[in-house]
Design a protein around this ligand. Sequence first.
Ligand code: MF3
Ligand code: CO
Ligand code: CO
Length: 267
Amino acid sequence: MDDMRGRVTRDGIRIYEDADFAGMRAAGRIAALILDDVGALVQPGVTTGDLDDFIRAQVERHGAVSATIGYKGYQHASCISVNHVVCHGIPGVKKLGDGDILNIDVTVIVDGWFGDTSRMYTAGTAPIRAQRLIEVTHEGLMRGIAAVKPGNTFGDIGHAIQTFVEANRMSVVRDFCGHGLGRVFHAPPNVLHYGRAGTQAVLEEGMFFTIEPMVNLGRPETKVLADDWTAVTRDKSLSAQFEHSIGVTAIGCEIFTASPAGKFFKP
Ligand code: MF3
Ligand code: CO
Ligand code: CO
């Protein structure tokens, strides 16, 4: 059976084959293109529901399937997390205001492969402290990615992110993590965005997973609202997140969800 190819490590992490990278590349590219294209719509006065409608239409236009619609009862093609919302914000009727910052998280399925990525956007002009938060969060993700190569460990990834974020006097959210993915949305391991160098499972060529640090301007604690999805900072401080889906190669990693247009975030 197709699903049984490859092997699984003692930590339960699937090792994919060379040919599988092409599937992830195709899925990741479409998710990234959608994040590229939605950027032009992000403006004060637009609702997060409008943005989700656009994303849903784009998923269809690309011949992809939304991984989030119907996932554990979730009804939308994206999560849109504004200001102090940490993740899993539900698109709706609320209009963006000038200076709002938001994360848009899209996961698509293409030929059975999952591409999961998110970026930050700003409506109008965000305050300097919010722009700094966004920059530090993006750089934290990229430092985590820079730690990915065979022989390093998942602890090395978390350590790279945490030390950079905390050196900038911001905090790493502990309550949510990255995850393995491939022909499934969420698989082992839990990819923590904090940790100690040299600890946890050893990275091997052929592992596919996300890194998706959430960083708060204030304290790291979160709580989930009564809708059972929306996670917010307990202290109401601003939060940011970026996410890439990556695959471990012989010498480092491939970022499946890199922006084809070279866009990373809208400053
Ligand atoms: N895309 C999210 C992640 O990074 C998961 C969203 S699940 C949803 O893992 F149901 F909230 F959409
Ligand atoms: Co993810
Ligand atoms: Co995601």
